[in-house]
Design a protein around this ligand. Structure first.
Ligand code: GLN
Length: 193
């Protein structure tokens, strides 16, 4: 059975697990380095990127995650997870994993009260708009050459990007009833099996 691990050290990992299991794929919690063994994909959830990165370092998981993804393990970061995957941040912290060739600005829309929802057109999931839930969300400020922009806000700023088998969304598909972005990621995972 396909296994897509969900990093479960902080943030809304449970919502991702429920969504992935609802699609018939095993979604074990990843809390320690040993939980990374034998996965077909990895999700880094929303939450607080500084805390997630700190805990990855405390539990000595940074190099393992980076190594596995560089070797081709498909990964998807939502919101804080996008920040964690970025190569560059406009902020001085945290120290991201430098995996995706994107620059990301944290809390790009202001504080918690400036959270919002917006209908998005997302490439690869069909024509119907996807309801993007943005919670103290980041935005992508620059993309490298090999990065495909899958969705933009109406002002043109990228909020969903893909580079090889790495996916990042500034919004939270796990908080909607709509599993199309999860399906997109599972298709990426299956394409690598
Ligand atoms: N603002 C958070 C951060 O900087 C991300 C928020 C979220 O994941 N919903 O990490």
């Amino acid at each position: 059975m396909t296994r897509v691990g969900v990093l479960a050290i902080q943030g809304d990992f449970l919502e991702h697990r429920l969504m992935i299991e609802g699609l018939g794929v095993d979604a074990p919690e990843v809390r320690l380095g040993r939980d990374l063994a034998g996965l077909d994909g990895l999700v880094i959830p929303g939450g607080e990127s500084t805390t997630i990165v700190q805990l990855l370092d405390i539990f000595d998981m940074r190099n393992t995650v980076v190594g596995l993804v560089r070797e081709g393990l498909p990964v998807w970061g939502t919101c804080a997870g996008m920040i964690v995957l970025a190569d560059r941040l406009t902020d001085y912290r945290p120290e991201p994993l430098h995996l995706m060739d994107i620059e990301v600005s944290r809390n790009a829309f202001g504080s918690q009260v400036d959270s919002f929802e917006a209908d998005l057109e997302v490439d690869g999931i069909g024509d119907a708009p996807f309801r993007g839930v943005f919670i103290r969300a980041p935005v992508v400020t620059t993309v490298g050459q090999g990065v495909e922009v899958l969705a933009r806000l109406s002002d043109g700023r990228p909020v969903a990007v893909r580079e090889k088998d790495m996916l990042a969304t500034a919004f939270h598909p796990e908080l909607t009833g709509d599993s199309r972005v999860h399906n997109l990621f599972l298709n990426i995972v299956r394409g690598c099996l």
